[in-house]
Design a protein around this ligand. Sequence first.
Ligand SMILES: Cc1ncc(COP(=O)(O)O)c(C=O)c1O
Length: 477
Amino acid sequence: MLSQFMLRILQPRGRAVSLRLLNRYWKIDSISRGHRQSAVASGNAERLRSGREGRLAFFNHLFEEFGFGIGDTSDGSIITLDFGAPGKPELEGCIDILNKATQHRMKTENGYMFQYGCRRGDYKFRLQMSKFLTEEYDDEVDCGELLVTCGATNGLYMVASMLFNRGDTVFIEDPSYFIALEMFGKDLGMNVVPVPRNGEGINIEEFDKVLSEYQRASSHHPTEQRPYWSMVYLIPTFNNPKGTCLSTEKCEQIVKLARKYNILLFCDDVYNLLSYIPGEKPEDKPLPPPRRLFAYDKKTDPDYVGNVISNGSFSKILGPGLRIGWMEAPLKVLDVIENSAFTMSAGGWNNYTSAILASALELGLVSKHLLEKRKKYRDNLDSMYQVFMDDMPPGVKIFKPQGGFFIWIEFPEDIDTEKLRDVCEKEYSVSFVPGKSFSTTGSFGNCARVAITYYERDVLVTAAKKICAAAKTFCKN
Ligand SMILES: Cc1ncc(COP(=O)(O)O)c(C=O)c1O
């Protein structure tokens, strides 16, 4: 195991990860069957002939641009269980929330919401966020440790690009969120190395050895600008793609490792607020999520230096179009971002949107919306899980998460889910993401990720049944 990781040191810097990822999505010039169907169905076939510019101008959003349906099935497109995004009714719900919040804010607004913002972001927003998060996490969130971002991707990019250099090593879980992997390897030229794992996830003992080897080979000396020599990218709560949560024991162990080796644990906490953990009675509000890793890095510990970031977003709980998120981070990280030319030039990120959202939070509109979505997504999850449990052929394992957006499915070893996905698309008009897409090592070729939020429950159930029907035939052959 170790030698495999050591070999990676010898590979050319920044290219340790083989980026086969995104091939399917990121070919902007290829219009897939789904979009062809939707275009023809809505009488707009003409636009398919009008060249790249015309096509790009026409689309409403990213998924449509890449040839997938609009979030319902009225356009006749395939049902795609690929996307970790809210569906149409959720987005429509944002209209009312943003209307009310805008009216509330404008009553007292003096115009400064349209000025460059202060560097950590609108104070009222950060204050409201700390109250909201403290309530939702059932754990203290300090307003003084919050920084406003343009969403989780922006937070990740700022940290990876401002605190690290090309060629620096970033450790990742395998499998992980494929766009983050692509960002590290392709956009930022970092050396992407998988964290060793065993049956229970991260293999802490092995990781300790790997970190020791890599640190020895590193020439990094901590400075204010670059306080850590390396970073670990984690999705500890309701993981994408597996839906799992890091156990309390692993959280404690990994924080200890981070302190020992002076590394940064970057937690993409975009699903934390979507907990479906049942309360005492079925009708009770679902319980708060497991404690985020950030809270394990206790300031009262004698060896505290600040090794964890919690990177949050409104994309999953309200709407990705808002492009707003937040980071809870150690002060030395906030200092680097605040004092960067990038932030100095632009002021606080997304000043206008955060000002409006401060009102939405103050009026309790976000909490209400979030609770409704948690109940709805939990019902979606329960229904889809039941279909998979009842209808999948023998030998298929279904992993039910306690929150987040995804169900992870493990087929028998000999099943290639890329091929199964092709059959699903061609013969059953349904799709999912094959497990290999989340791996830098070509693993998980027998796995699949399905999303539970982009459509309404009846459509999701139909899609789940179709995948089971396809799997039954496919597994026999
Ligand atoms: C783990 C993870 N991080 C980040 C994002 C993107 O977040 P945002 O829209 O806030 O940039 C996603 C969306 O799929 C995600 O799953």
